[in-house]
Design a protein around this ligand. Structure first.
Ligand SMILES: *Cc1c(COP(=O)(O)O)cnc(C)c1O
Length: 452
């Protein structure tokens, strides 16, 4: 596993420690002020486990665009997940992990020609389309491709809409496109859809699977025997969310419309696997107190403006692009702290760079830390170092019981672990020192490098 920065090691958490312990440890280091992430690999393993038990018929193809960190990709690969790539760059990255091209779906319905040629050269055959022009392009560049028609079926309520850009109408457009594909002698193998990212309307999966079934039936009339149903992404992944309701609806719709197990069913979850695995920790470097008048009540009061070292040009781009609602949690709760109407701002000189418009927060000081959970989806890959503010580094942790699973996955031995001394001020309640062993895996090394 590539460790993304120089002082990150994989901390192993015992029963006395958790992500917050590690955060306190890192935050209390001398001169520490940079924002950082703590990433819990165990969370991804848990999610994978949930997926396979709740959706046993549906093979996940992780959507790489959601978070393309090597630690994420290698963990999911070791667990047995497949991949959804949208470009030559993503395909390349996944192939470099040693993933076979048959385990990749090129799920971008509008592909630049050079990317199609690349897919052809490396044998990534399965790809989506939703337009006639794409069919002609593929006919020219990769006539052996296995094509998947993407239909549109939008959830009524989503965090991020996709249907405005992709997906043909299953009734008005799909039949015509399939006729063109047939006339070009292209091999269409199935149907895909994406209900929208961060789906808040589970029953949409029933409608979408039923619509896909109709397209399967129509394709039969042209002599196609479809074998692939791709139910896309959209599954929530934050703390306190579950895929129980979606899973129930998907499973019953599959039983109703695709009882024949010869149709393979895949999905393209992104957010689900990574959202809760990442916790972001930011430092307050400036504070401004301003007098504000409440327009409704006419009363004046002090408003605190906190400036932190990550903002909408960095990790919090998710607020603008992914419509994410982020929740600030002060790392230390001071007893007796006064509460103030507050706002939180990113570090750049742009007025747009606001993280929280308004929240009631305890009085904090320069140097205090604010923790944001559920920051693993659509954050890091989009972040830029605009205005000279660096993208936070990532520290990786895993629970001790999970470590055994990772040992198995990556074939590690005890020799790869090391005890870490915990500073006295971080000892736990019953005053035994925390045990935080670490992998002695150094910068730029891969866990896989340790496998004989
Ligand atoms: C972004 C994307 C996904 C992942 O969506 P999530 O909502 O994160 O699960 C899956 N498939 C395609 C084609 C995408 O563009």
């Amino acid at each position: 596993m590539k460790i993304p920065n120089s002082d990150a090691r994989v901390h192993v958490l015992d029963q006395n420690s958790d992500v917050w312990t590690v955060i306190r440890d890192i935050a209390s280091r001398a001169h520490q002020e940079d924002a950082f992430y703590v990433m819990n690999i165990g969370e991804i393993i848990n999610k994978y486990d949930q997926w396979t038990s709740k959706l046993p018929r549906v093979t996940p193809h992780y959507a790489v665009k959601c978070n393309d960190s090597l630690a994420v990709l290698e963990t999911l690969n070791a667990l047995g997940a497949n991949f959804d790539c949208a470009s030559k760059g993503e395909i390349n990255k996944v192939l470099e992990l040693g993933v076979e091209p048959e385990r990749i779906i090129f799920a971008n319905p509008a592909k630049p020609s050079s990317h199609v040629r690349f897919a052809a050269s490396v044998g990534v055959q399965t790809m989506t389309f939703d337009s006639e022009n794409e069919l002609h392009k593929i006919k020219n560049l990769y006539p052996d491709a296995k094509m998947v028609i993407r239909i549109r079926c939008d959830a009524a309520e989503v965090q991020c809409q996709l249907g405005n850009k992709f997906g043909c109408d299953p009734v008005a457009e799909a039949p015509g496109l399939l006729r063109v594909a047939r006339s070009l002698d292209l091999d269409v193998v199935g149907v895909s859809f994406h209900v929208g990212s961060g789906c808040r309307e589970p029953p949409v999966f029933r409608r979408a699977i039923a619509a896909a079934k109709d397209v399967f039936e129509f394709a039969k009339t042209l002599g196609y025997e479809f074998s692939l149903l791709d139910i896309g992404g959209g599954y929530p992944g934050g703390r306190g969310t579950t895929i129980d309701e979606i899973a129930e609806i998907v499973n019953s719709a599959l039983d109703a419309h695709f009882p024949d197990e010869s149709v393979s069913v895949i999905a393209e979850p992104g957010r689900f696997f990574v959202c809760s695995a990442y916790t972001l920790v930011c430092n307050i470097h400036s504070i401004r107190n301003v007098i504000r008048t409440n327009e409704e009540t006419g009363t004046t009061g002090t408003h605190r403006m906190y400036y932190i070292n990550d903002g909408v040009y960095g990790s919090f781009n998710c607020i603008l692009y992914d419509h994410q609602v982020v929740v600030p949690q002060p790392l230390e709760e001071r007893s007796g702290a006064k509460y103030y109407e507050s706002s939180i701002w990113g570090p750049t000189c742009d007025g747009l760079d606001q993280v929280i418009e308004s929240a009631v927060l305890p009085d904090m000081k320069i140097g205090d830390w604010i923790v944001f959970e559920d920051m693993g989806a659509y954050t890091l890959p989009v972040a830029s170092p605009f205005n000279g503010f660096p993208i936070p580094t990532v520290h990786i942790v895993i629970e001790e019981n999970m470590r055994l699973i990772v040992d198995d996955m990556f074939d590690l031995t005890d020799g790869h672990f090391e005890m870490l001394r915990i500073p006295d001020n971080l000892k736990n309640e019953n005053d035994t020192p925390y045990k935080l062993p670490t992998f002695p895996i150094q910068v730029g090394d891969s866990i896989l490098d340790y496998v004989n």
